[in-house]
Design a protein around this ligand. Structure first.
Ligand code: NAD
Length: 433
C-alpha cells in the first residue's frame, strides 16, 4: 500500500515538473489561493491545476535559401469542461511548454470568469517571427496546422492570434485545415480577416476591453477617463488599440514602448500621428516628437493607469516598490508576478488582472464563432456594445467578491472564475468514477 502511494506521489511530482516554470508556478499559486478563499472542493481544485493534454510538435520549414530548419511548436489544452478549448497561438523565441501551459490555464479561467461557453488552450512556436520572411512564416504556420490535425477544429479547439501572430496567420491556419478536410471550415479559428468570416471589432477588441476596464477602475477611485493619464508598455495589437481608444476618450498617453524602446511626452503623445509613424516604420524608434525613455523608467512614471500590454514578468519584486500609478490594467498575460502583486496590494495600488482586463479579445472571438455558426454578422457597434456589457459585468462580479471576502483583485477574479468552473466540474463528474 505504502509503495503504491509513493509511486503515485513520484509520478505526480514528475508530471508537475514537465510544466514547471515561473509563470506556470505563479498561476497555480493564484489558483490555490483563490480556490481556498472560495472554499473550492479540494479534489476539483487538484484537477484544475493540471492541463488535460499537451503536445510537442517538430515543425520542419523550407527556408528561402533552401535549407530546412526545424522549429518546436506546442499546443496545450487545459480544460474543456465549459466548451471547446480556446486560446491564441504565440510566435516568440522564448516560447516553452511551461509558458504555453500557464497561458492555457489562464484561458480556462478567463473564459469561466467571462461566462463564455469555452474552455482553455494555448499554442506557440519557439521562433523569432521578425526573422522570417512572409513565405517562411506561411510555410511554418501551415506545417504546424497540419501536424495539429484533428486536435483543433470548430467543436474541439479554436486558436486565435497572440504575440507574433495576426489575422493573416489565422487565414493560413483556416485555409490549411479546410484544404485537408476538403471544404471551408471558418470556425476553426477566430481573429480571421473579415473577408473570410472574421468579426468586425475583433482586431481592436483586447485593447478596447482594456480601456473599458480602466474606465471602471477609475470610476471606483472617483476619477474619469477624460483627463486621466496613461502609460502603456507594448505597442502591438493590444497596446496600440488601448492607446487609441484611451486617447479618443480624452485620456493623456504620457508614454508608450515597444521592443525598440520607449517614448515619453509629459504633455501627452499624439497617438494618431504615432500610429501613422509605426505603420510606416514598424517600430516606434526614430519618432522625433517625444523624448526617448527606457523600459524601466517607463514602468515607474507617475500616472493614473499603467497598462502593461507586452509580455509576462514585467512588474516584479525588483521594481514593484517603484511603480507610481493608481491602477495597473493588465493588457498582457502575466505581466505582474505574485511577489509584485503582494507589494502593489500593500501599497494600495489596484490591479485589474489579466483574466479580466484582457478578456475583450476572447469575448469578441466568441462572438466571431457565434456569428460564423449563425451565418449572420453584426455591426461593429453591436459587437463593441455587447463586449462592453460582458466585460464590465465581470468587473462588477469581481469587485463584489473582492469586497465580500476582502481579497485583492487578482484573487477575487480567479475566485469568481473557480466558482463557475467548480460547479460545472461537479455536475459533469469524474469519468470513470
Ligand atoms: P503583439 O506581438 O502584437 O505586440 C507585442 C508588443 O510588445 C510589440 O509592440 C513588441 O514590440 C512589444 N514588446 C516585446 N517585448 C517588449 C519589451 N521587452 N518591452 C517593451 N515592449 C516589448 O502582441 P499582442 O497580441 O499585442 O499581445 C501582447 C500581450 O497581450 C501578450 O501577453 C498576449 O498574450 C496578450 N493578449 C493578447 C490578446 C490579443 O487579442 N492579441 C488577447 C489577450 C491577451
Amino acid at each position: 500500500m505504502s509503495t503504491a502511494t509513493s509511486t503515485t506521489g513520484n509520478a505526480h511530482a514528475h508530471q508537475a515538473d514537465l510544466f514547471q516554470g515561473e509563470m506556470f508556478d505563479n498561476t497555480i499559486k493564484i489558483l490555490e489561493t483563490a480556490g481556498n478563499a472560495v472554499g473550492c472542493d479540494p479534489n476539483v481544485l487538484e484537477r484544475m491545476k493540471r492541463p488535460k493534454k499537451a503536445v510537442i510538435i517538430s515543425v520542419p520549414v523550407r527556408m528561402d535559401d533552401y535549407r530546412v530548419k526545424v522549429f518546436t511548436g506546442y499546443r496545450v489544452q487545459h480544460s474543456s469542461t465549459l466548451g471547446p478549448y480556446k486560446g491564441g497561438i504565440r510566435y516568440h523565441q522564448d516560447v516553452t511548454l511551461s509558458e504555453v501551459a500557464a497561458l492555457a490555464t489562464l484561458m480556462t479561467f478567463k473564459c469561466s470568469l467571462l461566462n463564455l461557453p469555452l474552455g482553455g488552450g494555448k499554442g506557440g512556436i519557439a521562433v523569432d517571427p521578425s526573422k522570417l520572411s512572409r513565405t517562411e512564416k506561411q510555410n511554418m504556420t501551415r506545417r504546424y496546422t497540419s501536424e495539429l490535425g484533428t486536435l483543433i477544429g470548430p467543436d474541439v479547439d479554436i486558436p486565435a492570434p497572440d504575440m507574433g501572430t495576426d489575422a493573416q496567420t489565422m487565414a493560413w491556419i483556416m485555409d490549411t485545415y479546410s484544404q485537408e478536410l476538403g471544404f471551408a471550415q471558418p470556425g476553426v479559428v477566430t481573429g480571421k480577416p473579415v473577408e473570410i468570416g472574421g468579426s468586425l471589432g475583433r482586431a481592436g477588441a483586447t485593447g478596447l476591453g482594456v480601456v473599458f476596464i480602466a474606465e471602471k477602475a477609475l470610476e471606483k477611485l472617483g476619477m474619469k477617463m477624460a483627463g486621466s493619464t496613461f502609460v502603456i508598455q507594448g505597442f502591438g495589437n493590444v497596446g496600440t488599440h488601448a492607446a487609441i481608444n484611451a486617447f479618443n476618450r480624452g485620456a493623456k498617453i504620457l508614454a508608450v514602448s515597444d521592443v525598440s524602446g520607449g517614448l515619453h511626452n509629459p504633455n501627452g503623445l499624439d497617438i494618431p500621428d504615432l500610429l501613422r509613424y509605426v505603420a510606416e516604420n514598424k517600430v516606434i524608434k526614430g519618432y522625433t516628437k517625444a523624448e526617448p525613455i527606457s523600459n524601466e523608467e517607463l514602468l515607474q512614471l507617475n500616472c493614473d493607469v499603467l497598462a502593461p500590454c507586452a509580455m509576462e514578468n514585467q512588474i516584479t519584486e525588483a521594481n514593484a516598490a517603484k511603480i507610481s500609478c493608481k491602477v495597473v490594467v493588465e493588457g498582457a498575460n502575466g505581466p505582474t508576478n505574485n511577489a509584485a502583486t503582494k507589494i502593489l496590494h500593500e501599497r494600495d495600488i489596484m490591479i485589474c488582472p489579466d483574466i479580466l482586463a484582457n478578456g475583450g479579445g476572447v469575448i469578441v472571438s466568441y462572438f466571431e464563432w457565434v456569428q460564423g455558426i449563425a451565418h449572420f454578422f453584426w455591426s461593429e457597434e453591436e459587437v463593441n456594445n455587447r463586449m462592453k456589457g460582458i466585460i464590465t459585468n465581470a468587473f462588477d462580479k469581481v469587485w463584489e467578491l473582492r469586497t465580500e471576502k476582502k481579497l485583492d483583485m487578482r484573487t477575487a477574479a480567479m475566485g469568481q472564475s473557480v466558482r463557475r468552473l467548480e460547479r460545472a466540474m461537479l455536475l459533469r463528474g469524474l469519468y470513470p468514477r
